[in-house]
Design a protein around this ligand. Structure first.
Ligand SMILES: [Zn+2]
Ligand SMILES: [Zn+2]
Length: 125
């Protein structure tokens, strides 16, 4: 019985962390998620663990930005535009043909696209 209860609790926490990433439009870090969920009482260690579980499950994406892991609700290949003042990150849609621009792309097989625009957003101007 104890086990069952523990499992349900973990699922609930995972769901909360997942929802927080999905509802964010700025590619949150673990610290951002912790701040968003401050009222829930979920600890930072649990948030780190659930975020990496979600990435492993293929439910959310992650990438490194300025030495910090940021989480991404969008799984299909896309680019980012970054504000260099507030460090918020927005999505940029990519045309499907973007993969064809890579030289030697046949010898690579599978590869990731990591493309970022940089500038200053309207809020920071
Ligand atoms: Zn900004
Ligand atoms: Zn993104």
């Amino acid at each position: 019985m104890m086990n069952k209860q523990k499992k349900r609790r973990l699922t609930w926490q995972k769901e909360m962390v997942f929802e927080a990433v999905m509802n964010s439009d700025s590619h949150p870090s673990a610290g951002d998620i912790y701040a968003i969920l401050a009222d829930s009482g979920i600890g930072i260690a649990t948030i780190y663990r659930q975020l990496s579980n979600l990435v492993e499950d293929g439910k959310i994406g992650s990438f490194e930005f300025q030495g910090e892991v940021r989480y991404d609700p969008v799984m299909q290949p896309h680019a980012h535009i970054v504000c260099s003042k507030c460090n918020r990150i927005w999505d940029v849609e990519l045309p499907a043909e973007i993969r064809d621009f890579a030289p030697m792309n046949e010898s690579f097989g599978d590869f990731e696209i990591d493309l970022t625009w940089k500038g200053v957003c309207n809020d920071c101007k």
